[in-house]
Ligand binder design. Sequence first.
Ligand code: ADP
Ligand code: MG
Length: 703
Amino acid sequence: MSELLNVEEIFASKVFTLGKMKERLPKSTYKEIKKLMDQGGELSLETADVVAKAMKDWAMENGATHYTHWFQPLTGITAEKHDAFVSHPDEEGKMIMEFSGKELIKGEPDASSFPSGGLRATFEARGYTAWDITSPAFLKEDATGVILCIPTAFCSYTGEALDKKTPLLRSMEAISQQALRIVRLFGNTGATKVVASVGPEQEYFLVDREKYLQREDLIFAGRTLFGAPAPKGQELEDHYFGTIRERVGSYMKDLNVELWKLGVTAKTQHNEVAPAQHELAPIYETANIAVDHNQLVMETMKKVAGRHGMTCLLHEKPFAGVNGSGKHNNWSLGTDNGVNLLDPGDTPNENIQFLLVLACIMKAVDTHADLLRQSAADVGNDHRLGANEAPPAIISMFLGEQLEDVVKQLIETGEAAHLIEGGKLETGVSTLPDFEKDATDRNRTSPFAFTGNKFEFRMVGSADSIASPNTTLNAIVAEAFCEAADVLEKADNFELAVHDLIKEYMTKHQRIVFNGDGYADEWIEEAERRGLPNIKSMVEAASTLTTDKAIRLFERFGIFTRVELESREEITYETYAKTINIEALTMIDMAGKKYIPAVIRYTKSLADTVIAVKEAGVDASVQAELLDSVTVRLSAAKKALARLKKVTAQAAAMEDVKAQAFFYKDMVKEVMDELRTPIDELEMMVDKSVWPVPGYGELTFEV
Ligand code: ADP
Ligand code: MG
């Protein structure tokens, strides 16, 4: 029997929640903080001092020795530099633990070693971290001890964003302001802000740590760069929602507890489609906190795996031939007086505010499909989007039968008089109830699907931060709201104007709606006919950040400056080039030091066998043929290895980052495939005992 878990007690026990602030802060300070959280504004140093003291006391009561400004540089992961609370001892040598308001609200880490895309010359390498008061401080506990983590934004000396949080926060302000104009038009004067809410479903793989440590590709690249398929993959569909194995179950239990302590509402867990693949989904929350929490989820997943003798792989494509991992980013908008802007209600055809919001989102997604695609680009995701896996790299919107029909009526007649009802689902068993069928049915192949009261953006990669996708979503929808409000606020006859606008937007942007099978080849042709962009890779997507259209959008709402966008484009190329370079070097290392030597030894023993069998006076043709096939592949591998060394060196020497990134994509990756093919074929031919690393079967079925 396991010990009793009191979730209510452990939930957020490591978070300096609003509740704890209320308990520990003077009433006036608490009120000031609460107001800043709700309405924004700047924290005075005096208040910061009071908060810092309470925070430090609470942290120390819980064993903390250090604090850190926890931030999210453009590496896509989080960064922290620990400072102990220790100060100068007093005259008698007694230690006084200190943490001031200034230390709480501002940090000055050396920024020179973080990616900045040329934004920051090294002579002014100083960066600033500033407390994001809307995201609560928390305690991280591991072998380092207990560390008080303060979520912060990270900017350069001259104020440019060097992180993922700053633009996200800016985008949240933009969407709030513009969405407020929309709800006000419909008479909602009580709302003071509109909040973007996000629930990210996180997919991951678990492999045995001992086996993981035998594979350099998993260690250095996070994915297998070689590997023949196991006899069994996911074809029986027996893993999805299957019974959770004991070892994985005990991992999930530990993971949940750790996350609950951090205030993450881990809710759903299940086995995913591929062998060794799983998923965890939390309950949605404010975009900004959801982004922070998703980082904590990823980090905790890795940490807890170690305790269970496993390694958690977050890479988008750890294994060829079975599904990769994504992150479904559920996104919605709600007012602070409880209205979900994406809730169609029972009669969406009569819900004009909803229809306007929908029309604006259609316009936003169609106008900026390229940016949305870019926001989900990362190196690993190139194996999913536009490669042989879903969703496709083409952005389209799924609305479901009912809404699609409403949109159609509006386009044709300007009115949506009737509504397709879901109807009853008859189970045919007298003891089972009949269900009301949901009219917003499901489509698993759409990259951007309406699912009842939210959109589910399914392109995002499993290892990626969800900050960029949500920044982009907020920005593009803010623009559409702004343009709609500009028209409607001036209209003499609001009813008429709003009807016209809905019809206009839906007509103009109906090409973005697609309810069919997004995986089918016909869709690629159809999308091309519709003029929808099909951006196949991360490097091709990068330049969408700096089109005139993008710069206009982001500058208009103060989310990114041109310079910031240019730097992000450059970082994309750099990241891509560096990642593929690591992959290529890892392949060179593994092929040269492991696979090829192992196969050479094998051919020696085969050759000995051939001679011995012949000497014995029997037919040795089977052994000789095998030796021949192995040798053919060995020589192909040797040639490809030499070629890979050459192109990788050539790539590494290139100066122009953009050209370099494209060279890695077009040349180096091709030669990587050339090397992989003969090695994978050899894996299936030679004696298992000579193979130098664990194969797919052992990695994915023996967890
Ligand atoms: P499915 O796998 O069927 O898509 P899940 O239950 O695994 O569903 O995940 C749905 C996610 O959507 C959860 O994280 C949930 O909290 C989130 N979600 C639900 N309502 C909203 C909303 N209004 N805004 C953002 N996310 C939401
Ligand atoms: Mg989902």
